[in-house]
Each structure stands twice: as structure tokens, then as C-alpha cells.
Design a protein around this ligand. Structure first.
Ligand code: ATP
Ligand code: MG
Length: 583
């Protein structure tokens, strides 16, 4: 350790709010360089390399082939795929000295598609799965939680190419199994959940989630886990949906005076009703593929929130966001009292599925301090039922979409993502091959990512205590730390003899620093070595060596001749404690 790069800290860094970030800095695994940028220090680097190696072994085991592509990508490829204009500010762009546009790759569908296109000409060469473990750049709006969301990070990204959907599904299932193995091997418990396929236009997609309080993703799971989905993607099931035809309400539409009742809650309490008795009218701005902006109105039940991911998908939009006050006035409406009737301008109206749960509604009058009652979408559009869409956010307590039980909410960190892409990239980038009948077809693709640094941080989220990190043995920077507590040179030499016996047999680091025992023990616990061997007074007086296991908090004493066999046994036990894979 004297010759290693060990710089631990007692204090949490000021900008760290989550355990993994604090511990990674305090244990000296990483160091901040700038917003969303981290230097990886030797201890952290060893963890990264071990995770990468596990990923590599499992990728190779399913026949995926490792490449390494430039991080810099000519903009032409992104223009060809159409994503140059879709990616927005998250993509780092730059110009070279000849004024050529370049991209710092946030992901590599384009480059791999172009590369494979240059070689693969016939159906006989498919299926093909390629991958790399390399640096990615994303100018995240809010880099945070250390390396969990940073602007430069390492990703394993794999891409597969197929003749048909069945072949894609075979690789997709193999990837799914490989992912389960990878995450179990690095010591992580993950839940694969159904994920939103977004504007990428694919079909199946799953995210591998690590359950965690600090997770940015909201998961909806039913009691027996037969349904697991990202909230973004979860359909809303309404037990009170009215299936039969709805007639326009018999009573005429009437204005009601609702002074200052701007929010659904204020209105509900003023009228002594429930939010679910009211129809909320929302205005949204949608940025379409051609970068034009469109103002739209959504009618949704008062107790429901908008799911912006669903809205975005519905319009295949680049971006969606709530409209501003002036947009309300422009169409002859009033914020807080908006409704679908008597507008100055015609506007696209979306009827959320929830609008079919009542036969009559109260909604905004487009007039300050007024709402209207006896309204129903059928009044303004006879065909409304065929236009119903689900753009609401599912929530805890909703019926499970698979018909089994109700949904519960929990939080997760996304560590991996698998995705059936279809022909989006092969089509846009004009990659065709000849099939058996000599017809030109567009191969279909899958893509599969794992965040390496995020995985490292997440392992710490799941494996730590108040003293520090508790590394799963498979990814610890070193499996063993040998701490010596010696009083003189003669004792040091004795320890060195033992160190030399262990070195080469085990992945170990010798804490030969001239520091107080307490400091050495604290560092060993903070850094989180799975096994600690202590050679001190007990050894010099009674020939007993102490072995302490961080995870089980158990201490034993062994004679020198039993040291190696005992460590071997403990190692094995620690490997057996890793999550078991049921695939
Ligand atoms: P998120 O929703 O968290 O932004 P994403 O959907 O953008 O993730 P993908 O494009 O699917 O992520 O990338 C594959 C993997 O790369 C993710 O599962 C995650 O582990 C990792 N990853 C993505 N963005 C970052 C980041 N900013 N910092 C660290 N890892 C990241
Ligand atoms: Mg992202």
C-alpha cells in the first residue's frame, strides 16, 4: 500500500447526496474533475476492469464479437439516420479544423450499422452480434449522483443484425440471460422490467433495474411479480371504464361560478367533489420530427397526471412540455379555467382514456372564475371514442395490466437496457442484404447496453454500511488486504515472508504503511476489502493469524500452516454468497 495510490477521506464530499458517491470519493476510487466528469483512480480502475471482464466473458459466451470504434463520429452518419436533428442538446457536437461536424458518440447504432453494412452482403452471414466496451459522452441536463449520471462514462454496447424477427428474438433472449448472469456475477440483484420503446420505434424492450430508494425510475410491480414495468410504459386500467355508447348529457351545459378555484384540488374542495369527478384540460407544446411546434389540448380525469413519455410517443415527438400562460390567452382560454369549448382557435384535442369513465363532466369554461357542468367529449366530437388514447401515468393501486392483482410502486436504478430495434437504422442507412430468394431486404436489429461505471456505483448502493463499502468478492479492487501491526523491522520481515507466500496465489494488497492500527482498519473497512488478514501481537506471541470477513462480520484465528487453505475456503464461501442466477 505504500507504493499504491491510497488516499482516503473522513469527510463526505460537499456535493454528494447518495451513499455510493460519498463512498467512492472517500475510499479514493474516483475524484471529481468537473460537472459530470470523474477521474478514475487505481482502486476504482481495478473494479471497472473486473466488471468489464465479467461483461466481456458473458458477451463472448453468447457469440458476441468485440470491436472498438472511434468515440468521434462524423456527423454524416447521424444525418443519414435522422438522429442529428432529433438528439437535441444531449449530444456533444464539435467541428474539426476543416469545419466538418463531428459527434462525441452518445451511443453507436450509426457507426456499427455503417461498419457492418460495409462487410455483410448475404443472409448467410447473419445473425451477427457485435459489441464494444468504450467511452460514451452525453451532455446530461442534470449530471448527478457521481458516476451514476455523468457526462463521460463507459458503456458496453452491443448490436445484433438479423434476417427476421424470430432470429432477433433468439438473440434477445440470449442477451437477457447473459444480462442476468452478468448482474448476478457482479453481486447485483436486478429486476428486468418492461420499458418504453420511445421514438426508436422498436417493439420489445426491457430495462434491468436495481431496486433503490435513490432510483430515478419508477417501477410498477404487481404482488406476485408477474407484471413488472417502468411507469413510463405502464398502461392505465380503469375498472370504471364505460364500455357502452355514451349519449350527450340531457341537461344543457351550464356555467358555474368557481371563484379562484384554479387547481383541481381547489375546484374539488369548492364544489365538494372528488378530483376524479372533474375533467382536467391541459395544454401542451409538442415539438415534432420536422422541428415544428404544435399546441395541443388534453382532456384527462382530475385525479390523473400526464405521462409525458406516452404523449411523446403518440406524436413521435422530439420533445413535449406544458404550454406557457400566453399560449392559453392566444387560443382564447384562461389558465386555471381552460376547457374545450368556445375557443378562438381550432386545436387538436386528445381524449385520454379516463374521459370514458363518466357520462358527464365538469371542466373549464375558458373564462376567469368559471367552469362548466354537463359536459362530455361526445358533445364536441361524435367520434371521440375512436380517438381515445392512454396518455395518463399509471400509479400505485391501479389494477395490474395483466389482470393479476394491483400495482405497487418502487424505485430503481437502470443499469442495463435491451431493445428490439427493427429496421430503423438499416432502412435509414440503406443497409440491405440478399435473402435466400435473392431479394434485397433490410436486416433487423437489436441493441443492448450496460453502464459500467453506473453498475459500479450501484453495487455500492446495494452493498455498504456506516463504515464503508462491502465489495462482492467478484469485483473488489483487491479480494484481500493484509494488515500488519508490527513494532520493529524484525517483525516486518516476518510479515513480508507471509506476504510473499500469498502473493501470486491471491488477489491481495499489503497494508505495510507505518500508520496506527485503527487507521489501517478504518481504511480497510471504508475501501471494503472482502477479506482482511491481520498479523500482529497474536501472531508474534501465539503464532495466530486473524482473518476477518467484511460481509459476515466474522473473525477467526488460524495457524500459519492453515492460512492458505482457510482463505481458499472463505473465498469460495464468498462466491457462493453472490446472488444466484435463475435464468
Ligand atoms: P437514463 O434513462 O438513465 O438516462 P438511458 O435510457 O439514456 O438511461 P441507454 O441509452 O439505454 O440509457 O444506455 C444504456 C446504459 O448506459 C444505461 O442502462 C445506463 O446503465 C448507462 N448510462 C446511460 N446514461 C448514463 C450516464 N449519463 N452516466 C452513466 N451511465 C449511463
Ligand atoms: Mg439518458
Amino acid at each position: 500500500m505504500k507504493n499504491f495510490f491510497i488516499y482516503t477521506r473522513r469527510e463526505d464530499p460537499q456535493d454528494a447526496v447518495v451513499a455510493s458517491h460519498k463512498l467512492m470519493i472517500r475510499a479514493g476510487l474516483i475524484e471529481k474533475l468537473g460537472s459530470g466528469l470523474y477521474n478514475i483512480l487505481p482502486l476504482g480502475f481495478r473494479v471497472i476492469k473486473k466488471i468489464e471482464q465479467i461483461v466481456r466473458e458473458e458477451m463472448n459466451a453468447i457469440g458476441s464479437l468485440e470491436f472498438q470504434l472511434p468515440v468521434l463520429v462524423p456527423a454524416e452518419l447521424w444525418k443519414k439516420s435522422g438522429r442529428w436533428s432529433v438528439m437535441g442538446k444531449e449530444m456533444f457536437r464539435l467541428k474539426d479544423r476543416h469545419e466538418n461536424d463531428l459527434v462525441l458518440g452518445p451511443t453507436h447504432e450509426e457507426t456499427f450499422t455503417e461498419l457492418v453494412k460495409g462487410f455483410v452482403k448475404s443472409y448467410k452471414e447473419l445473425p451477427l452480434t457485435v459489441y464494444q466496451i468504450h467511452t460514451k459522452f452525453r451532455d446530461e441536463i442534470r449530471p448527478r449522483f457521481g458516476v451514476i449520471r455523468s457526462r463521460e462514462f463507459i458503456m458496453k454496447d452491443a448490436y445484433s443484425f438479423h434476417l427476421d424477427w424470430q432470429s432477433l428474438d433468439e438473440t434477445y433472449q440470449a442477451m437477457r440471460k447473459a444480462y442476468r448472469k452478468i448482474f448476478a456475477r457482479v453481486g447485483l440483484e436486478t429486476i428486468p422490467v418492461e420499458a418504453d420503446t420511445g421514438s426508436m420505434g422498436g417493439s420489445d424492450s426491457e430495462e434491468f433495474m436495481v431496486p433503490s430508494q435513490i432510483g430515478e425510475e419508477i417501477l410498477l410491480l404487481n404482488e406476485d411479480y408477474s407484471y413488472k414495468s417502468n411507469q413510463e410504459k405502464t398502461p392505465v386500467i380503469y375498472p370504471d371504464l364505460i364500455e357502452e355508447e355514451i349519449q350527450p348529457p340531457k341537461e344543457v351545459i351550464r356555467e358555474i361560478y368557481t371563484p379562484n378555484a384554479k387547481t383541481i384540488e381547489e375546484l374539488a374542495s369548492f364544489l365538494k367533489k372528488e378530483p376524479k369527478d372533474l375533467l382536467k384540460t391541459l395544454l401542451y407544446k409538442v415539438v415534432l420530427q420536422d422541428e415544428s411546434e404544435k399546441l395541443i389540448m388534453i382532456l384527462i380525469r382530475g385525479d390523473r397526471q400526464i405521462n409525458e413519455a406516452k404523449l411523446k410517443n403518440y406524436f413521435k415527438a422530439i420533445e413535449v412540455f406544458p404550454a406557457k400562460e400566453e399560449d392559453f390567452y392566444r387560443i382564447g382560454s384562461v389558465p386555471g379555467f381552460a376547457g374545450p369549448l368556445n375557443l378562438k382557435e381550432e386545436i387538436t384535442i386528445l381524449y385520454d382514456l379516463s374521459s370514458a369513465t363518466r357520462k358527464t363532466w365538469i371542466t373549464g369554461a375558458n373564462k376567469k372564475d368559471y367552469h362548466i357542468e354537463n359536459f362530455h367529449p361526445v358533445i364536441i366530437d361524435k367520434d371521440w371514442r375512436n380517438k381515445l388514447v392512454d396518455v395518463a401515468l399509471a400509479k400505485e393501486g391501479d389494477p395490474s395490466p395483466n389482470g393479476k392483482g394491483t400495482l405497487k410502486e418502487s424505485r430503481g436504478i437502470e443499469v442495463g437496457h435491451i431493445f428490439k430495434l427493427g429496421d430503423k437504422y438499416t432502412k435509414s442507412m440503406e443497409f440491405t442484404i440478399l435473402d435466400k430468394n435473392q431479394n434485397r431486404i433490410f436486416p433487423i436489429m437489436g441493441c443492448y447496453g450496460i453502464g459500467i461505471n453506473r453498475t459500479m456505483a450501484t453495487i455500492i448502493e446495494q452493498n455498504h454500511d456506516e463504515k464503508g463499502i462491502i465489495w462482492p468478492i467478484s469485483v473488489a479492487p483487491f479480494e484481500i488486504v493484509l494488515v500488519d501491526i508490527t513494532k520493529n523491522e524484525e517483525e516486518k520481515v516476518k510479515v513480508e515472508k507471509i506476504y510473499q507466500k500469498l502473493e501470486g496465489k491471491f488477489d491481495l494488497l499489503w497494508d505495510n504503511r507505518d500508520l496506527r492500527p485503527g487507521v489501517k482498519f478504518n481504511d480497510a473497512e471504508l475501501i471494503g476489502f472482502p477479506i482482511r488478514i491481520t498479523i500482529g501481537k497474536n501472531y508474534f506471541e501465539n503464532q495466530e493469524i486473524e482473518i476477518y470477513v467484511r460481509k459476515t462480520d466474522k473473525k477467526i484465528f488460524v495457524k500459519e500452516e492453515d492460512l492458505i487453505s482457510t482463505i481458499q475456503k472463505i473465498r469460495e464461501e464468498l462466491y457462493n454468497l453472490l446472488p444466484q442466477v435463475e435464468v
